[in-house]
Design a binder for this molecule. Structure first.
Ligand code: ATP
Ligand code: MG
Length: 431
């Protein structure tokens, strides 16, 4: 039979046998968010197109080339979110969260949509975890945010991640810098790609972020923003570094990082690895003091980061980091006959109430096939109920790994007793 269709290019399925990996990293992220005082925000998957045009920036790759934008039947232009910050910022403004006290600290898990060329680590639907903080311009907040990302990586056991740090200044220092960049890139007008040519007047800093090999080669010798920072931005940057030093967080200053979105000011950073090929940026973030004003709010200095979950899982794979699978079946009850089936059904209900995974046959297999299935799903214990067992109201619980057997009464005490046995040898993991 031919399938009527397959998944769309650049999208991926997470199958039941692998979802524990996602749940594991998400749990770590939730716990770390909590430790740093962030609470989850959930916003819609689509928004009015102008939110991203303004919030992400007209001159960015994301807005110029990558958005999934379409008109609704009502004639509105809407866009599938390409990132999580704009939606969160819109919600903060719309619900006037600044009135509830500052800073506002929000975490998010989002699916994102970008029309990019699919390749390893680059999808059209991908997932991000992010933190957002609104209402502080203190450098300690920048350092704390970076520290939170570092904590997630540490908890996941990820190594060889390089924290690259830069400051891209504020509109004041950027005026001179833009001029210097424009002068520099104007010499190469005949070599720059068309997109970069169009950016030369509007936003020459974007050229530093161009992925075309020719533009990035030219960009290598471009003036560095760090030579143009105003006193305030320079001091801010020094303080961020001071706090990171105090916490023992290692970084390298990389003056070429400008980040892919327009709204950044002052601190920008990326966590980069060399172990998953060309798409090695696992996390990107920084400060965006002008964003809330850009979206129509009052001045509310803000900062945040987003990490790509697919890339993170790739890094963990490539570093051989084992993710514990907690979904393994604790008990499989095999049955012979209708009465046994009913008995198993009743017992299992109680076992599951103890928060354990337990299964029985639901496809009508014979005893041998049931036991084969129990093996296949890696059940830790099994129990066979037939006429004999029903008669004596007890059965042998078998440890599938050691073969050890324990006689168990099939009465009201069963679930609790099993739960204790299961707990005592459960190799619990700490995450
Ligand atoms: P890149 O330079 O790789 O294009 P970006 O600057 O566009 O990244 P951000 O918008 O900062 O990325 O998104 C934050 C993170 O989301 C990235 O560091 C990456 O881990 C992930 N990410 C971004 N785009 C994709 C994509 N198309 N597929 C998978 N993950 C992505
Ligand atoms: Mg990109």
């Amino acid at each position: 039979m031919a399938l009527i269709t397959k998944k769309i290019k650049g999208t991926e399925d997470v199958l039941p046998k692998e979802s524990y990996r996602w749940q594991f990293i998400e749990q770590v992220m939730r716990e770390e968010s909590k430790a740093y005082g962030f609470k989850e925000i959930r916003t819609p998957v689509f928004e009015h197109t102008e939110l991203f045009a303004r919030g992400v920036g007209q001159t960015t790759d994301v807005v110029q080339k990558e958005m999934y934008t379409f008109d609704t039947k009502g004639g509105e232009s809407i866009t599938l979110r390409p990132e999580g910050t704009a939606g969160a910022a819109r919600a903060v403004l719309e619900h006037a969260l600044e009135n509830e006290g500052l800073p506002i600290k929000a975490s998010y898990f989002v699916s994102c949509y970008r029309y990019e060329k699919p390749q390893a680590g680059r999808l059209r639907e991908f997932h991000q975890f992010g933190l957002e903080e609104y209402g502080t311009q203190q450098p300690i907040a920048d350092a704390e945010l970076i520290c939170a990302a570092q904590s997630v990586f540490d908890r996941l056991g990820i190594k060889q991640l390089r924290l690259e740090l830069n400051s891209i200044g504020c509109p004041t220092c950027r005026a001179d810098y833009h001029k210097a960049l424009k002068d520099y890139f104007s010499q190469y007008k005949d070599k720059l790609c068309d997109t970069c040519l169009s950016r030369l007047d509007k936003n020459p800093m974007r050229i530093l972020d161009c992925k075309s090999p020719i533009c990035s080669e030219i960009a290598k010798d471009a003036p560095k923003i760090t030579d143009y920072l105003c006193d305030e931005c320079r001091n801010h940057f020094e303080d961020v570094k001071k706090y990171l030093d105090a916490a023992g967080i290692e970084y390298v200053v990389n003056p070429t990082i400008v980040r892919g979105l327009d709204y950044y000011t002052k601190t920008v950073f990326e966590f980069v690895t060399d172990c998953i090929g060309a798409q090695g940026t696992v996390c990107g973030g920084g400060r965006y003091d002008g964003l809330i004003e850009e979206l129509g709010g009052k001045h509310l200095p803000s900062l945040g980061f987003a990490m790509g979950l697919e890339r993170l899982l790739m890094v963990m794979d490539s570093q051989g980091i084992e993710i514990p699978d907690n979904d393994v079946c604790s008990l499989y009850i095999a049955t012979m006959g209708e009465k046994a089936k009913a008995k198993a059904f009743a017992l299992l209900r109680k076992v599951r109430e103890c928060n354990l995974t337990a299964e029985t046959d639901v496809v009508g297999r014979g005893l041998r096939a049931q036991m084969k299935y129990a093996d296949k799903i890696g059940a830790k214990y099994s129990l066979v109920i037939g006429d004999n067992e029903l008669e004596k109201n007890s059965a042998e619980l078998k440890n599938m790994e050691t073969g050890e057997k324990t006689e168990m009464a099939l009465d009201d005490t069963f679930a609790e007793k099993f739960s204790l046995i299961s707990l005592s040898d459960h190799k619990s993991f700490k995450i």
